[in-house]
Ligand binder design. Structure first.
Ligand SMILES: Nc1ccn([C@@H]2O[C@H](COP(=O)(O)O)[C@@H](O)[C@H]2O)c(=O)n1
Ligand SMILES: C[C@@]1(CO)OP(=O)(O)OP(=O)(O)OC[C@H]1O
Length: 161
């Protein structure tokens, strides 16, 4: 078994949709980024890549490459999951912590869990998404952006046979 840690931060930006966990969330601003800026999926990808010692998302999808301009993070996640499966790993479980003063994410967690379970090929019980404010402290507390931490367990399928 191998464990991986992911962390990402994106700044709020007006005029963009807010993509989080593959879901478009109704909110007054979105997040800035080269891709669709789905900070939650970015942290999940880094956790998966980290668990497999495959670098980070910047190594795989450089923000200097035009092909990733406006890219769907769900599409990027699919290629990361393919890499993981090619190396005979399967996901054991995923735990995500979203740090966001706004918006309230509770109504959207079920949809995010459904999407992540489908993309990671695991049961919904193996995906956990939690959210917290920063009690108005720091950049999250000032509503400048959203930060996400993710931790994932990979299981070596070859060793299970
Ligand atoms: N963006 C957020 C932040 C928090 N929640 C939910 O509210 C609970 C209380 O948050 P505190 O930061 O005040 O402890 C938290 O446990 C989450 O259930 C949320 O949905 N979206
Ligand atoms: C996803 C990529 C590539 O489009 O761009 P961003 O959306 O800016 O995201 P970030 O987490 O800053 O870094 C990874 C990038 O290479």
């Amino acid at each position: 078994m191998r464990v991986g840690l992911g962390f990402d931060v994106h700044r709020f930006k007006a005029g963009r949709p807010l993509m989080l966990g593959g879901i478009e969330i109704p909110f007054e601003v979105g997040l800035d980024g080269h891709s669709d800026a789905d900070v939650l999926l970015h942290a999940v990808m880094d956790a998966l890549l980290g668990a497999a010692s495959l670098g980070d998302i910047g190594d795989h999808f450089p923000d200097t490459d035009e092909q990733y301009l406006g890219a769907s993070s769900v599409a990027l996640l699919r290629s990361v999951v393919d890499l993981i499966h090619e190396r005979n790993y399967r996901v054991g479980n995923l735990d995500v912590m979203v740090l966001a003063e706004q918006p309230k994410l509770a109504p959207y967690k079920k949809d995010m869990i459904h999407l992540l379970a489908r993309e990671l090929a695991v049961d919904e019980m193996d995906v956990s998404i939690k959210a917290t404010t920063m009690e108005r402290m720091g950049f999250v507390g000032r509503k400048e952006g959203i930060a996400v931490e993710a931790i994932v367990l990979l299981i070596d399928s070859a060793k299970e046979r």
